[in-house]
Design a protein. Structure first.
Length: 75
């Protein structure tokens, strides 16, 4: 069964970002962080999960930026 990688969905399947950065896929990252066989797997998982977190934070900041026409300022 294929499980969609959240970053492939967010960046688009044709994106080369993940391979250029040499990041493991999401499923492997979750496996490596919870059931690592080596210290290297833990490092690869941490890099991938940190990338996801930072990307989501950046996108979130853009999503709620002031002046965006479809966002109501509730201040």
């Amino acid at each position: 069964m294929y499980r969609a990688d959240p970053m492939e969905v967010a960046l688009g399947l044709e994106s080369t970002v993940m391979s250029e950065l040499k990041l493991v896929n999401h499923v492997d990252a979750m496996t490596y962080i919870h059931r690592p066989r080596t210290v290297e797997e833990v490092g690869m998982a941490r890099e991938r999960l940190a990338f996801e977190e930072l990307l989501l934070l950046q996108v979130g900041k853009l999503w709620v930026r002031p002046g965006r026409p479809d966002v109501i300022d509730r201040r």
